[in-house]
Design a protein around this ligand. Structure first.
Ligand SMILES: [Zn+2]
Length: 196
């Protein structure tokens, strides 16, 4: 009986995560990696709960996750939002930042718990930014990229805070907040960092 209960609870958690990720328009492949469900079951969930139930506004994404890391650092707004996500990943124990500000992954491979933590971080990010510039799939890519060698956490010379930086770009030691503030002082009333 106990075994059946556990199996039921596990399956329920897998389904809940799949639905949560579909709502964020995660790709089938990403959902499969976290939930362990087959592509076929994920497709059926999507059709049952979203397509056939009249829920609109959710699209099913196919193919690989986006890759270019410039998305995270292309301007101060993107850099600020990437940094918010990394701070939330750290708070959600999805990664660990050591005293030298090096980032280490905490999960050897994605699983259901990892997926729920990632969703929680992404949902908090959506609440914190009025105009979110990163989709769930970009958030997924960021989590992997910040633990690799293409991105790192730089320190601001002005306010000492950390920010996401391109490992192969010139670092001006200015965090996105200080950059946005400086821009505001240079050109008051002009919103120059709005675009995606
Ligand atoms: Zn700063």
């Amino acid at each position: 009986m106990r075994l059946t209960d556990d199996r039921y609870a596990n399956e329920r958690s897998q389904f809940e995560l799949a639905l949560r990720m579909i709502r964020h328009e995660a790709r089938t492949r990403t959902i499969r990696e976290c939930t362990g469900l087959s592509d076929d079951r994920i497709r059926k969930l999507y059709w049952t709960y979203f397509r056939n139930s009249g829920v609109t506004g959710v699209r099913r994404r196919r193919g690989k996750s986006p890759r270019q890391i410039t998305r995270f650092v292309k301007n101060a707004q993107h850099q600020l939002q990437s940094t918010t996500l990394v701070a939330l990943y750290n708070a959600g124990l999805l990664l660990r930042i050591d005293e030298r500000k090096l980032v280490h992954p905490c999960w050897p491979r994605p699983d259901v718990e990892f997926g729920h933590r990632l969703c929680r971080a992404f949902e908090t990010y959506l609440l914190l930014h009025e105009r979110p510039l990163l989709s769930f799939e970009w958030a997924w890519t960021l989590l992997h990229s910040i633990c690799g060698d293409e991105l790192y956490l730089a320190s601001c010379a002005g306010c000492d805070s950390c920010y996401v930086q391109d490992a192969f770009a010139l670092d001006l030691k200015t965090c996105p907040c200080c950059e946005i503030e400086a821009e505001r002082r240079r050109r008051p009333g002009v919103k120059s960092f709005g675009g995606d």
